[in-house]
Design a protein around this ligand. Structure first.
Ligand code: COS
Length: 390
């Protein structure tokens, strides 16, 4: 494979984390990826090892258990993991983007000491819970409730599609404290999953990213101390959206990794497999597929780097990078689906067989167009910004 020429100069630290993630993925994840995809078991051993390498809290300062690196380092490392297995990448991205980012930005010092340190270091697993059975894209319509009683909030309700929920130690939960205020009535809380009233619900039987266990969670009079509220009452929707901006850069990187895996498998197969007396790659029908895949991959990469740089600039300025994150997520996820689709087609029957990982790339790619905001939501966010509607 040729190395793409980029207008971004990577530092020695960037190269180092990319190599670390690449080596780990090849050595430790590649041999088990198919087996965990088949069983749907959570790969706790490899995830813990990723924590020890600093991959579970890449952007968090070292004083809070993280690796103290920047967003470029994060996207490079995540891409490498996802090139081998998107399930490991999902768990990594939720831990990094959705859990750590939120507490680092909105948490108190005590919350950072207790929850951020443990999750950024990989010692504990973090999760993020916004979605409910009847509230997905319209995140402001949730039914779960938190009612304050003295120095605790009593939480009741059902949340769904929570990545890592079957094993998570801590969860950032978004729930209603003032339903009449709609999205302005949502509040965020830090949930400890070993406390009474927290119940892990049914595990989702999924098409792809099967080893990143996902389940419902149920709250039955769960008593959450006031000091575990993240931010103020009513700030939950803004916290959720701010954190999703970071998350969407992660999902874009995941999609890029899947797209590259599908592309590299296709190039190798096109060079090796013969039909009608010629290599597949000698047919124009294959060449056009390869050309379109490569071009979209490099365009996605640039949008991701653009979003990562925008996030780094926003950290200094306090501004938002919503547009850049949504464009990267939209384009990269549709690129992943496009490349996985082409890869199955180039491989023919072998692309449809579980003997090769190409069918797994195809199944894993689809979720990137759905979670952390569907492609339709990303288009809505982009268009609203451009039209000045929000
Ligand atoms: N960062 C910070 N604040 C944001 C924000 C962001 N990215 N996006 C919206 N907000 C704020 C707005 O500024 C607005 O604030 P005020 O009430 O103070 O004016 C508030 O949030 C409501 O914004 P808006 O009116 O745009 O909300 P909508 O209900 O129209 O919803 C969308 C906006 C659809 C973009 C949002 O609900 C969304 O992203 N939905 C998808 C949710 C999702 O990704 N779910 C998957 C969960 S993880 S698997």
């Amino acid at each position: 494979m040729t190395t793409p020429s980029l207008s971004l100069t990577l530092t020695a630290e960037h190269e180092m984390i990319r190599q670390t993630a690449r080596d780990f993925a090849q050595k430790e994840i590649a041999p088990i990826a198919a087996e965990f995809d088949e069983s749907g078991d959570f790969p706790i051993t490899t995830i813990k090892k990723m924590g020890a390498l600093g991959l579970m809290g890449i952007e968090m300062p070292e004083e809070y258990g993280g690796a103290g690196m920047d967003t470029i380092a994060y996207v490079l490392a995540l891409e490498e993991i996802c090139k081998v297995d998107a399930s490991h990448g999902t768990i990594m991205s939720v831990n990094n983007s959705l859990f750590c980012n939120g507490i680092y930005k909105f948490g108190t010092e005590a919350q950072k000491q207790k929850y951020l340190k443990a999750v950024a270091s990989g010692e504990k697993i973090g999760a993020y819970s916004l979605t409910e059975p009847m509230s997905g894209s319209d995140a402001g319509t949730m039914k779960s409730r938190a009612v304050r009683e003295g120095d605790v909030y009593v939480i009741n309700g059902r949340k769904s599609w929570v990545t890592s929920a079957p094993v998570a130690d801590y969860i950032v939960l978004f729930t209603m404290t003032a339903p009449e205020k709609k999205h302005k009535g949502i509040t965020a809380f830090l949930i400890e999953t070993d406390q009474p009233g927290f119940v892990r619900g049914k595990k989702e039987p999924k098409l792809g990213i099967r080893a990143s266990a996902t389940s419902e969670i149920v709250f039955e009079n769960y008593r959450c101390p006031v000091e575990n509220r993240l931010g103020e009452e009513g700030e939950g929707f803004k916290i959720a959206m701010t954190v999703l901006d970071a998350g969407r850069i992660g999902i874009a990187s995941q999609a890029l990794g899947i797209a590259e895996a599908a592309y590299e498998a296709s190039v190798a197969y096109a060079k090796e497999r013969e039909a009608f007396g010629s290599k597949l790659g000698e047919f124009q029908g294959t060449q056009f597929k390869i050309a379109d895949m490569k071009t979209r991959i490099e365009a996605a990469r640039l949008l991701i780097y653009n979003a990562a740089l925008a996030k780094m600039n926003a950290k200094a300025s306090g501004g938002r990078y919503t547009l850049e994150a949504s464009m990267a997520k939209l384009y990269a996820s549709e690129t992943a689906m496009f490349c996985a689709h082409q890869a199955v087609q180039i491989h023919g029957g072998m692309g449809y067989s579980k003997e090769l990982p190409v069918e797994r790339f195809f199944r894993d790619a689809k979720i990137t167009e759905i979670y952390e905001g569907t492609s339709e939501i990303q288009r809505m966010v982009i268009a609203r910004q451009e039209l000045g509607l929000r």
